[in-house]
Design a protein around this ligand. Structure first.
Ligand SMILES: Cc1cc2nc3c(=O)[nH]c(=O)nc-3n(C[C@H](O)[C@H](O)[C@H](O)COP(=O)(O)O)c2cc1C
Length: 198
């Protein structure tokens, strides 16, 4: 973990210029202003194939998918080498996008008995831009992944329910606010249901 110290931002939306992109880019902007190198990655360019749950279960030992999956190879290499991870997903039918899910499921299977992501600072973003329903359930799989694979994250914030002033005050006390304040200032979560956990 952290070989190149870069903060990478994964946009798990097929819409390269949508709201997910806007929020992930804002988070990276905050990291860049704090001096970190950053890279935004469009997951639409790296679509991970579904885990086949194959047997014998060799990937847990050699930490490599048995089937050729260049997208997964690329994304997992980036994640294993980065200094911090931002993962942003649109909410689809109260759930995380397929782009995010397929990556997460393959990582669960391959890293089931190892912990290469342990301690990696991680930041999850979900945007429910339709009815606003399903925001929490859409982000939950992202934080489930962070939790189970031992990434570093803490406490819950709901920008849409907190007054902006109190929220900014809380953020100023948190080290991860380097990601958060630019996201809030991007205007997206002032107007749209957008849940951000750190
Ligand atoms: C298949 C599909 C399902 C969606 N389901 C929901 C939903 O459950 N709740 C919601 O508020 N918005 C929903 N939306 C709207 C998206 O969350 C919204 O358009 C979001 O901004 C998409 O992210 P993007 O701008 O990065 O494309 C859905 C959109 C699509 C395409």
């Amino acid at each position: 973990m952290g070989a190149d110290g870069k903060v990478i931002g994964l946009v798990a939306s097929p819409n390269r210029a949508g709201r997910t992109n806007q929020l992930v880019a804002a988070a990276l902007n905050g990291a860049a202003r704090a001096g970190a190198p950053t890279e935004l990655i469009q997951m639409a360019d790296f679509v991970v194939a579904a885990c086949k749950d194959c047997l014998p279960w060799v990937c847990k030992d050699n930490l490599k998918c048995t089937y050729e999956d260049e997208a997964f190879e690329h994304l997992s290499r980036q994640i294993l080498n980065c200094g911090a991870l931002v993962l942003g997903t649109p909410v689809y039918w109260w759930d995380t996008s397929g782009l995010a899910k397929y990556l997460i499921l393959k990582m669960f299977r391959i890293y089931a008995f190892s912990a290469p992501l342990q301690g990696l600072p991680a930041f999850g973003i979900a945007i429910a831009g339709g009815t606003g329903n399903g925001l929490v359930s859409g982000l939950r799989p992202v934080y489930h992944f962070f939790q189970i694979r031992f990434l570093r994250h803490a406490s819950i914030l709901r920008p849409q329910f907190s007054g902006p002033a109190s929220l900014v005050k809380r953020l100023q006390r948190m080290p991860t606010s380097v990601f958060l304040l630019p996201v809030l200032k991007s205007g997206c979560c002032g107007m749209m249901p957008c849940l951000i956990l750190v």
